[in-house]
Design a protein around this ligand. Structure first.
Ligand code: ADP
Ligand code: MN
Ligand code: MN
Ligand code: MN
Length: 354
């Protein structure tokens, strides 16, 4: 059903009698987002002031029916850009078993262990993630593509402007502003190489917070698109053939890599550390990524590790400017669009620092 914005706004502008709507958001068994909302009477100043809630895990593939309660514990709070009439909030949560141990699908808990390590803390890790995604019509066909057919070959679409060049800009604009309002650290957006494919970037964020911000950015995107009756696909290769896949390039630095003295050496050392762990990284960089990492369409082949300056056909790219200035960050180009940033970020920190 397409939403009736005019009718809806009559209700969304009603006062809330001092109460607050808190929407708890979590990741299900297959990496999709779920949400439910409760009324609270006081705006929390930290996630720990919010109560641990629960949901029916048998309906999300996260528990058997005879013992179905899964707990959700708040980890990060954002402003709610959908219910702007009051001080409503979106709450990123992690999933727990009823004994408060981490649920098997809770990859944040494992990441948290790595980011709590004193050596990792001392390294002052920063992450910036480029989230690519594709917009699809409700029939599963890319938004704006001729029905039953294809648009002209790739070339005019990347960072494009104009009808027949970009499809879905309304969604991109609404999402960008909603993220700024919410407090998601979005730092940019662009149209991608495949028509109706887009990207937004988050960062730089310290440590595990990049996961909280990226997941919330994804949530806002999917719900904004829902309001436009459009599907967001995070498939790493939504259309086979001569069409670019969708990645989740993960940019990374430590305090040593950002240091004008010896920064570049630290970056090269990091690349050498990543090399022998290539397959371990690929294993947590998203499902279906082998369809994307072919060696074509600005990717490196999935079974081969490489790094280089300004080279978009490498696993790891050292930006030209970083090489010239002698310090900065590296870009891991391998993660697929559907990768879990908690797993990717913690794997990178683990390999390079520990
Ligand atoms: P690309 O040229 O690969 O398309 P983008 O401009 O899309 O790059 O994204 C660059 C990303 O790098 C952003 O998410 C930004 O936050 C991140 N970034 C910039 N500086 C650093 C840094 N020192 N450490 C980690 N990430 C960084
Ligand atoms: Mn980019
Ligand atoms: Mn891109
Ligand atoms: Mn990139």
């Amino acid at each position: 059903m397409a939403s009736n914005t005019e009718l809806l706004s009559r209700f969304m502008t009603l006062p809330q009698n001092g109460l607050i709507q808190a929407t708890y958001i979590w990741i299900d068994a297959i990496g999709e987002l779920r949400q439910k909302t409760m009324t609270i009477d006081r705006l929390p100043t930290s996630p720990s002031e919010l109560k641990i809630w629960n949901f029916d895990g048998s309906s999300t593939g996260q528990a058997p029916g005879h013992n179905s309660d899964v707990l959700i514990r708040p980890v990060a709070i954002f402003k709610d850009p959908f219910r702007t009439g009051g001080e409503n909030i979106l709450v990123m949560c992690e999933t727990l078993n009823t004994d408060l141990s981490a649920h098997a699908t809770n990859h944040r808990a494992l990441a948290q262990k790595i980011f709590e390590n004193p050596a990792v803390k001392a390294a002052e890790t920063w992450f910036g993630i480029e989230q690519e995604y594709s917009l699809l019509d409700t029939d599963g066909h890319p938004l704006g593509w001729p029905k039953g057919g294809f648009p002209g070959p790739q070339g005019p679409y990347y960072c494009g402007v104009g009808a027949t060049k970009v499809y879905g800009r309304d969604i991109v604009e609404a999402h960008y502003r909603a993220c700024l309002y919410a407090g998601v650290r979005i730092c940019g957006t662009n149209a991608e190489v495949m028509p109706s494919q887009w990207e937004f970037q988050v960062g730089p964020c310290e440590g595990i917070s990049v996961g909280d911000h990226l997941w919330m950015g994804r949530f806002i995107l999917v719900q904004v698109a829902e309001m436009f009756n459009v599907i967001v696909s995070f498939d790493p290769k939504p259309i086979p053939g001569d069409w670019n896949g969708a990645g989740c390039h993960t940019n990374f630095s430590t305090v040593a890599m950002r240091n004008p003295v010896g920064g570049l050496d630290a970056i090269n050392t990091a690349c050498e550390k990543l090399k022998p762990k290539h397959l371990e990284h690929i294993a947590v960089y998203g499902d279906g990524n082998e369809r994307r990492l072919t060696g074509n369409h600005e990717t490196a082949p999935i079974h081969q590790f490489s790094y280089g300056v300004a080279n978009r056909k490498c696993s790891i790219r050292i930006p030209r400017q970083v090489n010239e200035e002698g310090y900065g960050y590296l870009e891991d180009r391998r993660p697929g669009s559907n990768s879990d940033p908690y797993r990717v970020a913690s794997k990178i920190a683990d390999t390079i620092i520990l």
